[in-house]
Design a protein around this ligand. Sequence first.
Ligand SMILES: [Zn+2]
Ligand SMILES: [Zn+2]
Ligand SMILES: [Zn+2]
Ligand SMILES: [Zn+2]
Ligand SMILES: [Zn+2]
Length: 149
Amino acid sequence: MENRLYTSQTSPKGVDCKTIFPDTPCFCTHRYKQHKPGFGVIPKERPIKLPCRAPNCKCESYHYVPLCCTSPIRCHCKHTADEHAEYGNLVCKKAGCTKCTGFKSSYTCGCGAPVSQHTMTVETAEERSARGHTVTEHSPYIVVGGKTG
Ligand SMILES: [Zn+2]
Ligand SMILES: [Zn+2]
Ligand SMILES: [Zn+2]
Ligand SMILES: [Zn+2]
Ligand SMILES: [Zn+2]
């Protein structure tokens, strides 16, 4: 439990817009719990990468894509997230789609900033409290965003 990581999607202003739970799907369509669950020793480099462990999935690190009204949000190229490569630059795999330079959506988050400007934050309890966010005993933590400290 000491090495537990806290994962959230953070707005450009440092607000946690989305808390990632074990069942929260990744861009690669697999769930958070199918990604690397933790580390014996927390890596020094940031951001911490949480690669997917599902067979044949090349997802390099968990990244959340919000759903809008139960349907997935779309890229500028008009295709959905699961039609894009789950690794590298996240370019579109759809035949005939040549304009895509990597999944990017203009979908606006509840905080007012476009989702594309948000970052995945994977952090230790220490780093999390240093940012002024609540750390709880429970995994995953219960407190959701809205606090800038
Ligand atoms: Zn993934
Ligand atoms: Zn995956
Ligand atoms: Zn496309
Ligand atoms: Zn695209
Ligand atoms: Zn947001």
